[in-house]
Design a protein around this ligand. Sequence first.
Ligand code: GRF
Length: 228
Amino acid sequence: MLASGGGSNLQALIDHFNATDSTVARVALVVSDRADAGALERAARAGIAATVVAVRGREADDVARELLALFDTHRIGLVVLAGYLKLIPAAVVRRYAGRIVNVHPALLPAFGGPGMYGMRVHRAVIEAGATESGPTVHLVDEEYDRGAVLARWPVPVLPGDSPESLAARVLQAEHALLPVVVEALALGLAPQRPITITGQPGTTDWPGVADVRRALGLTHREQEQQRS
Ligand code: GRF
């Protein structure tokens, strides 16, 4: 996983694969461009290899070589960006085409692209008068937030929402959505079309992991796989 921030999505993946089936996937390496990223501390606490790869002021190809060498050393099969604020070098996108995902805290293609990250996203959503927002998990290509959408989870924008309150509601859905999409990818079950998850945080119909897995076809297809 690549993370520049606090790493709550990293934590969600660590917890998910510890709780479900770590033979499907596990977080094997955490990379940050910032030595002070909370994600690095979470990795250390979980006993996961973690390293800083500086990006600022470096050639993209130089960063790519360092990242790919790390991924080879750690036998990385899937790359997950969660709060990673740098563009992924083209050489890495090419090598991991179809196996590198990002979670964006808005319903792409809306409110995405360069400079749209963190509270700026939620402020723009509220200022636009949108009535819903939510996380999007998408494949990464050479542009910010433009790759194929795998899954999205609309949550309501409530009257009186601040960017912070909206961010918290979106983050809750991110933590439920990202690990299950990664699990699907690890099982070779990438959604062939964007999957929209229904159910609202904090209500009785807040879908649990089982509902998200079903929506992504995991339970159904896994049973099929077991039958075949
Ligand atoms: C999340 O809001 C995610 O959507 C965005 O960056 C934030 C990462 O938060 N890409 P965390 O570092 O995982 O807590």
